[in-house]
Design a protein around this ligand. Structure first.
Ligand SMILES: [Zn+2]
Length: 466
């Protein structure tokens, strides 16, 4: 598989440190609010990469951290007059709801919190001070940028330009304007932890370096995040990790492109800012996930209600193929593969599975991988019917489910059966048997009010959320 490495600006063959075992670290949310559609993109994209590694027979250790101590959290806690942990607990729970909707927890994801790693953070910073890579001033600790000779190698920025562009804040007593904080001395009204430099709290960049090292080791295979994190966040992570560990921090750096809304940059002030929760009130989050995968991850992607409607319709075409195949499994008979069957399956292998794999191998080209799934849908719609061999129906269904699972789609009906809906459908079926069509229509309307559409098929009543 080839992946575009921001560090080298090239597509490179991906080789993990340990065969068939991949370590991935993706920068997660600062938990002070609901996540927005821009936060959802890296989560869905890099979860898909993880799923693809699993599909190819690898074991994956996947970390998405929670930044649970930060200025924004402290400000929100002070505004509400509550302890900062009340804010973080609340939004971690809310994040988990959104993440489940986006199918991010189908495989194990490790979600470490910065505040659970304070001791390791203190050890890491002490180590940097000992090496001369960091220094303390009045209870603050700064990273000594001169220690990182290759600073700027990820974002391809020159240190001189950064220094001349840096704003000098008179309150900061730094040796070099580009030095950045590892530890911040306690200010009035802020949560703080004891440290060799007095009470204080960690800076943002240090927590990712420490949690990645603690959970995944000194060198990880893949570090990922939005392209807006390249500088300064990821650049600083590299500087401090490599200064501390003396080895490469991550072998592959992957960054996704940004999201625009109606072709404008998303921002709160423009009123075009959407949280995942808001979107979930109108669409199943699987539609959002499918939308986020519909473009190559490094390209910008434009979000709008119209595009979401189109995405919903195209996802429905895949669901319809699944429903057709499930019905055909019950209606068809099994026989030996005929010449025609073999021809059909060869075409499926080549135009769908092979194309899917080739696309994903080419720097996670999910847009083309989706086309490969639509090729499968087209074959199913054109060639399969009640006269088909059950074997090729089952083969088609298995392939559809296998490829869709890599993208994290076609999961809607698998989410726990809704007992209330099932009971209503059962009641309607009984009403129909008893020719009580008034009650049957009543139930259909009742379900529609709950945004449930039902369809009577020869194999029973099917339902879906609309
Ligand atoms: Zn990070």
């Amino acid at each position: 598989m080839k992946l575009y490495n921001t560090l080298t600006r090239k597509k490179e063959e991906f080789v993990p440190i340990k065969e068939n075992f991949v370590t991935m670290y993706n920068c997660g949310p600062t938990v002070y609010n609901f996540i927005h559609v821009g936060n959802a993109r890296p989560l869905c994209v890099f979860d898909t990469l993880r799923r693809y590694f699993i599909f190819k027979g690898n074991e994956v250790k996947f970390v998405v951290n929670f930044t649970d101590i930060d200025d924004k959290i402290i400000n929100k806690a002070n505004d509400e007059g509550v302890d900062f942990t009340q804010i973080t607990e609340r939004y971690i729970e809310e994040f988990k709801k959104d993440a489940s909707g986006l199918k991010l927890y189908q495989y194990e994801t490790i979600n470490p919190r910065a505040t659970e790693h304070i001791n390791e953070i203190i050890d890491f910073i002490s180590d940097l001070i000992q090496k001369g890579a960091a220094y303390e001033v009045n209870g603050d600790v700064y990273f000594n940028i001169d220690y990182a000779k290759d600073y700027g190698k990820l974002s391809h920025k020159k240190l001189e330009d950064l220094i001349s562009g840096a704003r000098i804040n008179i309150n900061e007593i730094k040796n070099n304007p580009a030095d950045f904080a590892l530890w911040k001395a306690k200010k009035e009204g802020e949560p703080a932890w004891d440290s060799p430099w007095g009470e204080g709290r960690p800076g943002w960049h240090i927590e990712c370096s420490v949690m990645a090292k603690t959970i995944l080791g000194e060198t990880i295979d893949i570090h990922s995040g939005g392209e807006d994190l390249q500088f300064p966040h990821h650049e600083n992570e590299i500087a401090q990790s490599e200064a501390c560990n003396g080895v490469a921090f991550a072998n592959y750096w992957l960054h996704n492109g940004m999201i625009t809304v109606n072709n404008e940059k998303m921002s709160k002030s423009k009123g075009n800012f959407f949280t995942v929760r808001e979107i979930s009130q109108e669409f199943d989050l699987e539609v959002l996930r499918f939308f986020l995968l519909s473009a190559h991850y490094r390209s910008p992607i434009n979000f709008s209600r119209e595009v979401m409607e189109q995405t919903k319709n195209s996802l429905e075409r895949i669901y319809n193929a699944k429903t057709k195949l499930e019905e055909l499994v019950l209606l068809t008979k099994e026989s030996e593969y005929s010449g025609e069957d073999k021809e059909y399956l060869e075409k499926l292998e080549k135009n769908s599975k092979e194309m899917f794999i080739n696309s994903m191998d080419d720097d996670l080209n999910t847009a083309d991988a989706i086309t490969a799934i639509f090729n499968l849908v087209k074959e199913v719609n054109t060639n399969l019917n009640e006269e088909s061999n059950k074997k090729i129906v089952v083969d088609s269904l298995n392939m559809l489910m296998e490829l869709s699972n890599v993208l994290g789609i076609l999961t809607m009906e698998e989410e726990g059966i809704d007992e209330e809906i099932e009971a209503l459908i059962k009641e309607r079926e009984d009403a129909r048997k008893n020719k009580d069509f008034a009650r049957s229509d009543e139930i259909r309307d009742l379900l529609l009010e709950k945004n449930i559409e039902i369809k009577d098929t020869r194999t029973g009543t099917k339902w879906k959320r609309i």
